[in-house]
Design a protein around this ligand. Sequence first.
Ligand code: URA
Ligand code: CA
Length: 433
Amino acid sequence: MHDHPWLRLALAAKRDGAALDAGVWRRIIEGYVAGEIDDAPVAALAMACTIRGMADAEIAALTDAMVRSGDVLSFGSTRTIVDKHSSGGVGDTVSLIVVPLVAACGVPVAKLSGRALGHTGGTLDKLEAIPGVRTDLDNDAFVAQVNRIGCAVAAQSRRLVPADLKLYSLRDRTGTVPSIGLIAASIVSKKIAGGADAMVFDVKAGSGAFMRTVEKATELAQTLVRLAASFGRRASALVSDMEEPLGAAVGSGIEAVEARDFLRGDERDPRLAEAIFAVAHEMLRVGGVAAAEIEPRALDALQSGAAYERFALLVEAQGGSRAALDGIAAHPHRATAAATGDGVVTRIDAAAIGELARELTTADGPFAGIRIIARVGTPVRTGDVLAECAGSAVDPAAVARAFTLGAHAPPARKLVEAIVRDADLAASSNARS
Ligand code: URA
Ligand code: CA
C-alpha cells in the first residue's frame, strides 16, 4: 500500500481531537473505495471518531462523500418522496404497515430496507415470506413502482453507497459500530442516495436495541435530524421503547400476517397501533400534510380499507398475489410457553425473544415464530399462557424463561419517549443565536 503523508497528518489531528475538513473526508472516502487507501488507516480513523466524537460539519462531509461513492436515485417527481428508517427492533412490524398506510394518504413512500441483523428482524425477510414477493428491484423498477402505485419496499442496492458496505464491515471488525457520527452518516447517506426528499427515523432504546439508553438514543435522533436538515431534507426522529417486543408477533412471515390483519382491521395490537400512528404522523408531516389533516386522513385510510388495498397493490407489484396474501398463516405446529409461578410480568427480554424467533424461522420456515400473549404488567398464575410458539424447533420452556415475574407491576413506560422534529431544532438554534 502507498504511504500517504497527508493521511498520516489527518489521522494524528483527529486522534488529538481536531475536526477534519470536508476535502480531507472526501479524499479519504474516494481513496478507500478506489482501493488506494487500505483498511489500516481507515480503521484508525473510525476508532478516533468513536472515541473523540465528530463535529456536525464532519458528519455532513463524510455523508456527502459517501453519497458520491455510488448511484443516486431520482424520482423526477414534484411530490415529496418519504422514506422511513428503524434502527432495528423485535416485533417491529411498523414498516410493513406504515408504507401502504402513508401511501394511501397521498404521500409517496420509497422504502429501502435491510435484512435481519442479530436478534432484530428485517423488513425484507418479512415481505419476502409472502409467496412470490421479491424485493430485489433494480433502480428503474423501484422508481417506476413508486411513481405508479405510490410505494415500494426494496433491498438496498449494492450500487447505492458502496462506501457504506466497505466501511460498515470494517467497523464491524474493529469495535467502531457504536459511534453516533458514523451511524448517522451510514443511515442518512443511504436515504439521500435512495432519493428521499424527507425522512423519518425510529430510533429504538432499551435492552432489545443497539442504543441501550434513552439518552444515547436521543442524541442519535437529534444528530440524524440535524444531518438530514443540513442536506435540505425534512426530517423527524422518534425515540421509542425496545425494552419488550413492539408488536405481539415476532418472526418474519408471522409479522407479515400481523401487518395484513392490522391493515384489514381484523386485529390491532394496541401497542403496535400506538407506534404505527406515531410514525405515520411524522411521515405525513414531513411529507407536507397540514397538521390538522394528518389524523383524519390516516384514520380514513385505515377504516375505508384504502391502506389495505395499497398493501395488496404493493404485494402484486412485487410478484405476489392477493390469494397468496390471503393465504399466509402461522406455522401449524403450536406450543404454549406457560408461567411456572404466580406474579406479574415485570420484564420480557426482547433480545432473547428475537434470538429464539430467529432459531424458529431458521429451522421451521418463515411462518414459525413467537406470539407474545402476556405483556409487561399482566398478572399471571402458574400454567397461564405467556406466549405461543409456532414451529417445533424451540423448547417453549426457553421462551417462558425470557419472561420475568415479580410481585408488583413495574412503573408504566412510555412507548414513544421523544420526538425530534426539524422545525423544533431550527427554532431552538434560532433562539440560541
Ligand atoms: N444501521 C446502519 O445502517 N448503519 C449503522 O452504522 C448502524 C445501523
Ligand atoms: Ca422530489
